[in-house]
Design a protein around this ligand. Structure first.
Ligand SMILES: N[C@@H]1[C@@H](O)[C@H](O)[C@@H](COP(=O)(O)O)O[C@@H]1O
Length: 289
């Protein structure tokens, strides 16, 4: 696991937005070989989405050959409801970039047969060739997508009852009216996320610091579903300083020192390449992965 710390949410967005753009550009997607990107909702990814929009407007990135799969959606909320994740995604990202709407996939929580909807979603991901990079956030109780504490770490896309804490946290989007927050959601499973070839998580704000501690300093545990990331070969968590409040000083120093060494290695490889000394051309993989 790689763990990167930036000053604030804007700097986290800058880092992650540029990281995703680099991955898409290196992949060189075409109409026949599209880049498959998994996406979250929530306030945490908004700065990242702003950066992606800016890069598209500057002509440095295109979503023409990108297919997206969102993590989750409320059950029973009409797609055009102002708080549906469909509405969120179009307002925060899709309406501002060049992605053809036919390449956007979001679970539909209004379907009559929700079980079939979930099974079809898993199949669609497989048919698309699997997810190349899954971007995620984290809930205050350590959940990833809507995989609430106690979710099976082998779970797939399914219907999930929301934890009371999550209903409480999300009531801020429903005029603080607890009774209007949906009680159920459709969500990709922990195993669906782990199957992506790479997982990148944004964690910002002090209210996430306990969950972050449990996810990276403690063992893999179904009560903090994001901790399953410890089993992934290519995972990256990018947090702001506030989110590190509950981490040990030693943990923070350790990961910062790794980033410093990594920067030095990359700089010396760049120098060797510039001088034509035949250094490796491929991606330099961090020893933290
Ligand atoms: N299902 C979403 C998660 O995918 C998201 O990570 C979490 C945190 O949201 P925020 O970034 O607004 O704190 O909210 C919801 O529970």
């Amino acid at each position: 696991m790689r763990f990167i710390i930036r000053d604030d949410p804007a700097a986290v967005g800058e880092y992650v937005g540029n990281y995703i753009a680099r991955r898409i550009n290196e992949f060189k997607p075409t109409a026949e070989r599209k880049f498959v990107l998994g996406l979250p909702t929530g306030s945490s990814p908004i700065p990242t989405y702003k950066v992606l929009i800016r890069l598209v407007k500057e002509g440095k990135l295109s979503f023409k050959d990108v297919v997206t799969f969102n993590m989750d959606e409320y059950v029973g909320l009409p797609i055009d409801h102002k708080e549906s994740y469909h509405t969120f995604m179009f307002e925060q990202l899709f309406s501002h970039i060049d992605i053809p709407p036919s390449q956007v996939n979001i679970l539909d929580g209004t379907k009559k047969d929700l079980i079939a909807e979930c099974e079809e979603y898993e199949q669609k991901i497989k048919d698309a060739g699997g997810i190349e990079l899954f971007l995620a956030g984290i809930g205050e109780d350590g959940h990833v997508a809507f995989n609430e504490p106690g979710s099976s770490l082998a779970s797939r896309t399914r219907i999930k009852t929301l934890a009371y804490d999550t209903i409480l946290a999300n009531s801020r989007f429903f005029d603080n009216d607890l009774s209007s927050v949906p009680r159920m959601a459709l969500t990709v499973g922990v195993a669906t996320v782990l199957e992506a070839r790479e997982v990148v998580v944004v964690v910002t704000g002090q209210r996430k610091s306990l969950a972050l501690r449990r996810a990276i300093e403690e063992g893999v545990n179904h009560l903090t579903t994001l901790s399953a990331l410890q089993l992934h070969q290519h995972s990256l968590i990018v947090a702001d300083e506030d989110a590190t409040a509950e981490l040990r000083v030693k943990t923070v120093k350790y990961f910062k020192s790794i980033e410093r060494v990594q920067d030095e290695v990359e700089a010396s490889h760049r120098e060797l390449r510039a001088n034509g000394n035949g250094s490796p051309n491929g991606k330099i993989t961090s020893s933290m992965e």
